[in-house]
Design a protein around this ligand. Structure first.
Ligand code: C2E
Ligand code: MG
Ligand code: MG
Ligand code: MG
Length: 290
């Protein structure tokens, strides 16, 4: 990172400087510009259905390429966007861009895929969230079944009553709903009955330790079993190793996402890689005969 100092000299921030101050003051201003100057981009990480061996969806992941700082990690600027309220504009841009891109892929002849968009707490609390989403779907002409929203347990647990209403309204539109980072919140499980959820995404922290930590393996298999009893889909995120994939296949996980299959890719890279990735995905297919 570099920050402006004096008139036109730049100085690199060293690690012992006040990082938070830097982030608040510099990044906030820069983030406003980023929206206007087209510095934001969405990358897309494919998800594979282990039963069909097909790419069934992609998760849209935000990237900020700053002309001087380079790529700013999403974990550094989303919290600031939330604090400053900029998340509303950024979130609207993400939704619109992801839906428009997915529609475009369908028109280009790619097999229909679902695009997943992450919603942060502030975005979810917006009173006009449902209206915003309806507008985006109408403008982009994307069929709602091809949009999925990922929310975390903590988001879901906020102000439980209005949350249920909002989720029901979204569900009624035909949108898919997923709980992201499942297993890392502090919430009770009772919301799983109240909320019209379609999918649980098992947090990466559990997947990472497959074959090293039997406790985590027990947690994973329990989540999968519970999800299936509740008639929910279950996807594992952060699948990096072949061992992870084998374990998840063996324990009947529905879908996987992670670096083993593909990193998040730019639109151009995703389009170039698609055929090859689809062939790899076929190899992941579960042997349902035996
Ligand atoms: P998330 O929604 O849980 O997204 C998954 C994160 O894990 C992504 O990080 C992805 O690049 C990373 N990942 C995927 N596969 C692997 C793997 O095999 N190994 C490892 N080590 N990492 C993997 P990313 O893109 O840095 O995003 C981090 C978080 O930032 C996301 O977590 C999400 O909570 C948030 N985020 C990203 N894009 C958006 C957005 O458009 N809006 C909002 N509100 N939040 C976003
Ligand atoms: Mg996510
Ligand atoms: Mg996640
Ligand atoms: Mg995560």
């Amino acid at each position: 990172y570099r920050a402006k100092e004096g008139k036109d000299t730049y100085q690199f921030f060293s690690s012992d400087m006040d990082e938070h101050l830097f982030k608040r003051t510099i990044l906030e201003g820069e983030l406003r510009k980023a929206l206007r100057q087209d510095q934001l981009q969405l990358f897309y990480q494919p998800k594979v259905d282990l039963r069909t061996g097909r790419i069934t969806g992609v998760e849209a992941l935000l990237r900020w390429f700053h002309p001087e700082f380079g790529m700013v990690p999403v974990g550094d600027f989303i919290p600031i966007a939330e604090e400053t309220g900029l998340i509303t504009q950024i979130g609207d841009w993400v939704l619109k861009t992801a839906c428009a891109q997915n529609k475009k892929w369908q028109q280009q002849g790619f097999p229909p895929m679902r695009v997943a968009v992450n919603l942060s707490a502030k975005q979810f609390q917006q009173v006009d969230l449902v209206k915003t989403i309806v507008d985006v779907l109408e403008r982009t002409k994307l069929d709602p079944q091809y949009l999925e929203l990922e929310i975390t347990e903590t988001v879901a647990m906020n102000k439980a009553d209005s949350v249920v209403d909002k989720l029901n309204n979204l569900k009624a539109l035909g949108i898919q709903l997923a709980i992201d980072d499942f297993g890392t919140g502090y919430s009770s499980l009772s919301y799983l009955k109240k909320f019209p959820i379609d999918t649980l995404k098992i947090d990466r922290s559990f997947i990472r330790d497959i074959s090293k930590d039997t406790d985590n393996e027990a947690i994973i298999t329990t989540i999968i079993t519970m999800a299936h009893h509740l008639k929910l889909n279950v996807i594992a995120e952060g699948v990096e190793e072949n061992e992870h994939l084998c374990f998840l296949k063996q324990h009947d996980c529905d879908q996987i996402q992670g670096f083993l299959f593909s990193k998040p890719l730019s639109v151009a890279d995703f389009e170039k890689a698609f055929q090859g990735l689809q062939e790899v995905a076929v190899g992941y297919q579960k042997d349902t005969e035996s």
